[in-house]
Design a protein around this ligand. Structure first.
Ligand code: ZN
Length: 318
């Protein structure tokens, strides 16, 4: 099902902490703690959680229990559960685990692609076609939703500027190869708000609004929330973020820090945009994270400052 068909809030926050966050933390969170944390994130009202990645455990031992996380999270009523798959082998394992939504990263910078997944653009598009063929062999109702994430869409630590026309072309190629939608990702924290709007509109002009609804932003240079605001203003409806800002991309030197879910929720709710998230329950989930990963730095201004006196969020707080 396309994200638009499941949209329940003004802006859907996709919580990436259990995947993007944990893969960058060297400490391994126990399977029991992860389940507890994911349940708490869902209980706080986050509509979607990226629960892991189907990569070999020897590469990312932090995510070795992803299949178990899929099974756990998909039992939570109403929660959209998504996983990252780096290639067709990963998608096959995700399918075995029963995953209903998957995303594959395609780095607009070929240098980054080679570093991240050891494949060229041509090789990655071949993986996408192989995955599409695998899904198309299933009955229509059993086919997972399959998104292509355009990584380093706003610039690359290794290559520098990434031509916007290349990003547009890759978006078209991902859809032609069999993705159901594409997303934009500022893997390196290079983006600025004008660029977010311009690139979104360029991709829309090429592939249609319905095929690009989400964005993944990093706060590497402190522009994360400004870029999130630009994304919302231009009309994107799904924004990725990570509880306490944990994570980033371990393969892009110098890039760290997903945008902070707690601060993103405050930004959106204070502007009257419903996210479905309950603040008190969100802070409960943060406590679980803090206890499970002692010594790992947790970010975010809103958790420290608290909500302003008399603050009325857009989402009714139960
Ligand atoms: Zn990230």
């Amino acid at each position: 099902m396309p994200p638009s068909a499941t949209k329940r809030f003004d802006i859907e926050i996709s919580e990436v902490g259990p995947r993007d966050g944990l893969q960058s933390v060297s400490a391994i969170m126990s399977t029991a703690d992860k389940k507890h944390w994911i349940s708490a994130l869902a209980a706080a009202g986050l509509p979607e959680i990226e629960v892991g990645s189907f990569v070999p455990a020897k590469i990312l031992p932090q995510l070795a229990d992803t299949a178990e996380m899929v099974e756990h999270a998909q039992r939570i009523q109403g929660l959209s559960v998504t996983v990252l798959v780096p290639n067709a082998k990963g998608a096959e394992n995700a399918l075995k685990a029963g995953a209903r939504k998957m995303s594959i990263p395609l780095s607009a910078s070929e240098t980054h692609s080679l570093r991240n997944v050891r494949r060229t653009h041509t090789q990655m598009l071949a993986e996408v076609r192989a995955i599409r063929a695998m899904f198309d062999a299933l009955p229509a109702a059993d086919r997972p939703f399959f998104e292509g994430g355009l990584a380093t869409a706003f610039g690359c630590t290794l290559e520098g500027q990434v031509p916007e026309d290349r990003v547009v072309r890759l978006a078209e190629q991902l859809l032609e190869a069999g993705c159901d939608a594409v997303g934009l990702s500022d893997t390196t924290g290079f983006a600025n708000p004008k660029q977010v709007k311009r690139l979104t509109r360029k991709v829309w002009a090429a592939v249609g609004r319905e095929n690009l609804t989400g964005i993944h932003l990093h706060n590497t240079r402190g522009q994360g929330l400004a870029n999130a605001l630009a994304a919302v203003e231009v009309g994107l409806t799904t924004v990725d973020s990570s509880m306490a800002g944990i994570g980033g991309c371990p393969f892009a030197p110098g890039a760290s820090g997903n945008i902070v879910t707690e601060d993103l929720v405050f930004l959106l709710e204070s502007m009257g945009l419903k996210t479905g998230v309950n603040f008190a329950k969100l802070l409960e989930a943060r406590k679980i994270l803090a206890a499970a990963l002692p010594g790992v730095e947790l970010y975010g201004f809103t958790p420290d400052a608290g909500l302003p006196k008399g603050f009325v969020p857009a989402t009714v707080q139960e």
